[in-house]
Design a protein around this ligand. Structure first.
Ligand code: GLY
Length: 318
């Protein structure tokens, strides 16, 4: 079986000056993750490798360079899933780990539990060899400035770029740029030569979020899912609507029911928009190697490598 790797670096209105760094970061992660598959490595190792590369790249909202919480800290969530063994590992609200996706992998491999949060997640990762770092090491000046602007907008009564998630339907604004300037989650799905699929998603969440808020990215079946009976899926975008629709599992179920992955990807994003006025992007990969990508945001940094070779972009055609 020819391996396949798909990655994303967030679906949102990526500012013009940040498009090139996004392309470069996606290319680097795609190259690293696909090299694992070409050497005969597993889909699980490949998605962990690709997402680690994206977390280490300050261009993206994951790991170093993440968006900041309301009180100026980085707080991250990540999930990894092995579709062949139906194993999952997740962490949420971690602040002292350079690579949350590696902590999630440790949970998958070394714990009888599936999901750890906060200090418990950090302690578990540390017990298994991960160093605990200073939260300030994850913060970049660009994000300090972005948080300042968001909070100035808030004080001026302009639309908040973070979303409380409890707005009543009659108050929902259309999915305008205000909702599209703060979602930059990263993720990957892969198929290896032995036919195993895996998915990984990692995020710093949304700009100016309340401390303790958890988004879709690390929740099983929401921002990430993998089952060899259906599909591997990774999502990005405004987390609250994605969570309410359990959209990753929704997409995988469509593939299991016979939809082509591209149709399932497009149907998922259309459902997200129609049902909850949500926005975001999705990767879908079937165990037979067919794949799909869709987003309803101005941009989504994406990369694919399969039998046709590597391709990257910041808007997916179609
Ligand atoms: N999709 C990222 C988040 O809402 O946290």
């Amino acid at each position: 079986m020819k391996p396949v790797l798909l990655i994303h670096g967030g679906a949102w209105a990526i500012p013009g000056g940040e498009l090139d760094p996004h392309r470069a970061g996606v290319k680097k992660a795609l190259t690293a993750g696909y090299a694992v598959l070409e050497k005969g490595g597993s889909a699980l190792d490949s998605v962990e490798c690709a997402v680690t590369s994206l977390e280490d790249d300050p261009a993206f909202d994951a790991g170093t360079g993440s968006f900041l919480t309301r009180d100026g800290r980085v707080q991250m969530d990540a999930l990894i899933m092995d579709g062949a063994r139906m194993l999952a590992g997740g962490v949420a609200c971690v602040e002292r780990l350079k690579n949350p996706i590696q902590a999630a992998r440790l949970v998958l491999e070394k714990s009888r539990h599936v999901y750890f949060v906060g200090q418990g997640a950090e302690a578990f990762a540390h017990e298994h060899g991960m160093p605990l770092i200073d939260n300030a090491d994850l913060i970049v000046d660009r994000e300090r400035a972005r948080l300042r602007e968001a909070q100035e907008r808030e004080r001026a009564g302009l639309p908040d770029s973070s979303f409380s998630g409890d707005e009543p339907p009659q108050m929902r604004r259309p999915a305008t740029s205000a909702r599209m300037d703060s979602h930059d989650t990263v993720g990957a799905v892969a198929l290896d030569a032995e036919g195993r699929i895996a998915a990984a998603t990692s995020t710093g969440g949304t700009l100016n979020k309340a401390p303790g808020r958890v988004g879709d990215s690390s929740l099983i079946g929401c921002g990430c899912y993998a089952d060899n009976l259906s599909a591997a899926v990774s999502l990005t975008g405004w987390g609250e609507p994605i969570m309410k629709l359990v959209l990753g599992k929704w997409a995988a179920d469509r593939v299991q029911a016979g939809s082509a992955p591209q149709d399932a990807a497009q149907a998922s994003i259309a459902y997200l928009a129609r049902r909850l006025n949500g926005h975001g992007g999705i990767l879908v990969l079937a165990p037979d190697g067919r794949w799909g990508i869709a987003h309803n945001t101005p941009h989504m940094a994406w990369g694919v490598c399969d039998a046709q070779g590597p391709r990257i972009g910041t808007e997916f055609p179609g």
